[in-house]
Write a protein that binds this ligand. Structure first.
Ligand SMILES: Nc1nc2c(ncn2[C@@H]2O[C@H](COP(=O)(O)OP(=O)(O)OP(=O)(O)O)[C@@H](O)[C@H]2O)c(=O)[nH]1
Ligand SMILES: [Mg+2]
Length: 216
């Protein structure tokens, strides 16, 4: 890691959910690593990435839990819902079934998110390809879920940054509205040099010991 200061002034934890192959990992990779990789393998369990976002008040650590969409991992995902500030629900604009699957992800989220009231965004991926889901249908679903709607391409990068910057700003605004002070927000700060926290920036993989507990 090249950043000289490892302390963040606040942490935003976001979970990425959606059916297998819709483009969650590609979206996270495009935003965090500014790269497009057409050869992604299906995620096993979940991957973790962290990226710093600069804001007036300091540097925000956006922590992304990129979960596996395959059905066999679905029972593992509720563990990641708890304490999430945001849920990024992803579907593939070329796949009607992934769009129809959004409702069941929303239901899972509502069932398992515990005390938190996460900021939800609906993201359509792969808009560089021929679409099967019209823009109006995506927008209508987002409106019914009372959340923001984005259409992205991880291949060409369109609107990818908008998703994550919106998530950070919406989560910080929600905290500010609930009256949490910067001091309280700072309690969620993380020192990436902590011995309990093993971070592999190159792969985006992270194994957390006490750290993950501390974020709940
Ligand atoms: N053309 C195009 N292909 C994409 C885009 N995003 C993802 N893909 C492709 O879609 C396939 C699946 O992408 P992933 O990012 O692995 O999907 P995922 O949602 O993480 O899948 P799981 O980990 O199995 O849940 C890969 O072959 C990607 O290259 C995109 O924006 N445009
Ligand atoms: Mg994946």
């Amino acid at each position: 890691m090249s950043e000289p200061n490892y302390l963040a002034s606040a942490v935003v934890k976001a979970i990425m959910i959606g059916d297998a192959g819709v483009g969650k990992s590609s979206l996270a990779h495009r935003f965090c690593d500014k790269e497009w990789n057409p050869h992604f393998v299906s995620t096993v369990g979940s991957d973790f990435k962290e990226v710093r976002i600069h804001r007036e008040d300091g540097r925000i650590a956006l922590q992304l839990w990129d979960t596996a969409g395959q059905e066999k991992y679905r029972t593992l995902i509720p563990a990641y819902y708890r304490g999430a500030d945001a849920a990024i629900i992803v579907f593939d604009v070329t796949s009607v079934s992934s769009f129809e699957g959004v409702t069941s992800w929303v239901n899972d989220l509502r069932k398992h998110n515990g005390y938190s009231d996460p900021t939800v965004v609906l993201v359509a991926c792969k808009v560089d390809l021929e679409r099967a889901v019209p823009y109006a249908a995506g927008l209508e679903l987002a409106t019914s879920l009372q959340c923001k709607y984005f259409e992205t391409s991880s291949q060409d990068g369109s609107a990818v940054d908008d998703v994550f910057h919106y998530v950070v700003d919406a989560c910080l605004a929600k905290r500010a509205a609930t009256g949490l002070s910067q001091r309280e927000l700072s309690k969620k700060s993380v020192n990436l040099r902590d011995d309990n926290f093993y971070y592999q920036r190159s792969t985006g993989l992270c194994m957390c010991g006490d750290f993950r507990q501390g974020m709940k």
